[in-house]
Design a protein. Structure first.
Length: 289
């Protein structure tokens, strides 16, 4: 419908779908409003509907971005200077991201800079299948997915080689791991919440810089925002847990600042402040990656 009739008609036709989904999923309503009221006290059902509608429209933009058909004149960059300097240095870094906006647009950034290669680390064993889909949608894509459910020595050496070659590793900082309880609890929007330590553990093992990379809706397009969180991630053996918690808190604070500006852009529709790590054998575990 978007291809044939444009975005305005698409948006009109999207509303019955969003309304049906909203009415049929009481847990979705509860989690959406529970989050929104932390950012905007007094948020009501209209805010919840707007939250789900923005998520639904963003799904279209994700497909357009992966296929190379999103109009890039609608995308702005902020804070990318330090990242560009890192690219020029010839050493890669870890990019900690969140489930916000349309991060698939980062592949467009990668294609604009031939020396910027991104590897997305995911907790799902279907990474190779996703890579085949990405190649079919956009053969020249400079984004690969790497499955990191088990971070063993072989995988660590593989990631180290990529960083040494100037490639970047992107990993979500707002979803708990599929396996185990590798999290730290830090303040976030009024209460303590569990955040994964994966981004900081990997950056610490590789001894590389840590950058924030987020996507926010802005006007009729998006802003890709970058921020250097650490020049080098050090995890002292005797205070490793505290060091990872400090990095997670810095990430949570940066996330909070963006969510105050664009609250509908966060797409974690579950009990974020009361979550349980997911068992690797759970067939639905990949949903939370």
């Amino acid at each position: 419908m978007h291809r044939l009739m444009g975005r305005t008609v698409f948006r009109v036709l999207l509303w019955p779908v969003v309304l049906t989904y909203w009415l049929a999923r009481p847990s979705l309503r509860a989690h959406s409003l529970g989050y929104l009221r932390r950012v905007r006290p007094g948020a009501g059902w209209r805010d919840g509907l707007a939250h789900v509608r923005l998520f639904a429209e963003t799904m279209l933009d994700k497909l357009l971005a992966m296929a190379g058909r999103y109009p890039m004149e609608r995308v702005k960059e902020r804070g990318a200077e330090a990242l560009h300097q890192q690219v020029k240095s010839g050493q890669g870094a870890v990019l900690v991201t969140a489930h916000m906006g349309c991060l698939e647009l980062c592949q467009a950034l990668a294609e604009q800079r031939p020396d910027f290669k991104v590897n997305v680390l995911v907790h799902t064993r279907h990474a190779e299948a996703f890579n085949r889909i990405l190649r079919r949608l956009r053969p020249q894509a400079r984004v690969d997915l790497i499955e990191v459910t088990d971070l063993d020595m072989a995988l660590t050496l593989h990631l180290a080689a990529k960083v040494a070659a100037g490639e970047f590793l992107a990993i979500a900082g707002d979803r708990v791991p599929v396996r185990g309880s590798k999290t730290v609890r830090v303040p976030f929007l009024g209460d303590d919440a569990d955040f994964p330590v994966g981004p900081y553990l990997i950056a610490g093992l590789l001894g590389c810089p840590l950058f924030l990379m987020l996507s926010l809706h802005e006007g009729e397009g998006y802003a890709l925002e970058f921020e250097q969180l650490a020049e080098v991630v050090h995890l002292p053996r005797r205070s490793r847990e505290a060091a990872m918690a400090a990095h997670a808190r810095r990430f949570a604070d940066a996330l909070t600042e963006r969510l105050r500006r664009s609250p509908h852009d966060w797409f974690n529709f579950y009990a974020f402040w009361d979550q349980v790590p997911h068992d690797a054998h759970d067939p639905h575990a990949a949903h939370h990656v």
